[in-house]
Design a protein. Structure first.
Length: 182
């Protein structure tokens, strides 16, 4: 974990806050927002750290896509979430992006548990988990066996992932401000 320059911190907070608001209101993250965040992250890192910043920014975006694109391809995550995380990676660089991803995953899991308990769907969710594990065992895609396992389905219980990304990014910034060397 390393400390982010103040301009990068501001850009990150602005991006993930806007994305979370869009995701909560419209259940989507606009392409223009993710693309703007990606380009701004690359530009600001290049301006601040020259070629090292440029490459670190590209590596952060590439790692995010490497990890999030398969989740999108499996229909476990929306395309906007993958593109948003690529933009976050372009701002933070790959090493910091890993910390943001871990924190985002923890918050996502916590929010998912709250949603499942709130909707009274614990037993149903455990059944879906069994179906996912069974589908992998027999090399099937889970959403082929049950449409509600496709994040794009109206039957799916969907979590606005940009909220988890916001919480993960802000927690990362707080932790970096406290513990990361300057």
């Amino acid at each position: 974990m390393s400390y982010l320059a103040p301009g990068l911190q501001g850009l990150l907070v602005l991006l993930v806050t806007a994305a979370a608001l869009f995701d909560l209101r419209q259940r989507r993250i606009p392409n223009w927002l993710a693309a703007s965040g990606l380009l701004a992250g690359i530009a600001m890192n290049t301006f601040l750290f020259e070629s090292a910043g440029f490459w670190n920014s590209l590596e952060g975006a590439a790692l995010a896509l490497l990890i999030y694109f398969p989740l999108f391809a499996l229909r476990a995550m929306g395309a906007g979430d993958a593109k948003l995380m690529a933009a976050v990676g372009s701002i933070t660089g790959w090493q910091n992006w890993l910390a943001v991803m871990v924190l985002t995953s923890l918050f996502g899991g916590l929010l998912a548990i709250i949603l499942i308990l709130g909707k009274g769907r614990v037993r149903h969710t455990l059944g879906n988990l069994k179906l996912i594990l069974t589908s992998w065992r027999f090399r099937h895609l889970p959403y082929h066996l049950s449409p509600e396992l496709d994040v794009g389905s109206e039957q799916a219980l969907r979590l606005p992932h940009a909220v988890s990304i916001l919480l993960g990014a802000v927690t990362f910034l707080v932790a970096a401000a406290i513990w990361a060397p300057r």
